[in-house]
Design a protein around this ligand. Sequence first.
Ligand code: ZN
Ligand code: ZN
Length: 104
Amino acid sequence: MAKVLGPPPVRLCKALGCRKPVHENDRCLLHRQIEREEYAAREAERAATVALAEGDKTIRHCTVRSCDRPSHARGLCLAHYERFRRHQSLTTPIRGWGQPTTSP
Ligand SMILES: [Zn+2]
Ligand SMILES: [Zn+2]
């Protein structure tokens, strides 16, 4: 530990327009807190992206756009696969999902 002779020079926060003294890592207490929160948010986002990328390897999803259900067969989810079998439109939104439809 080096002894500091005299008062240490006051460093100011590196954040734009901030003149508060440095608390940690060239940031004042407030901006350090913001930096931490931004870092945590970035980390959470990164973790979610990684989880999503890893999930894609194991769980395949329905190939229909805007559908995020897991793939059941032929790259389609159960609802879309049923539609495919019945030659129904795959692009119209799924309604009454979970309710069995009786075909004539
Ligand atoms: Zn600041
Ligand atoms: Zn689907």
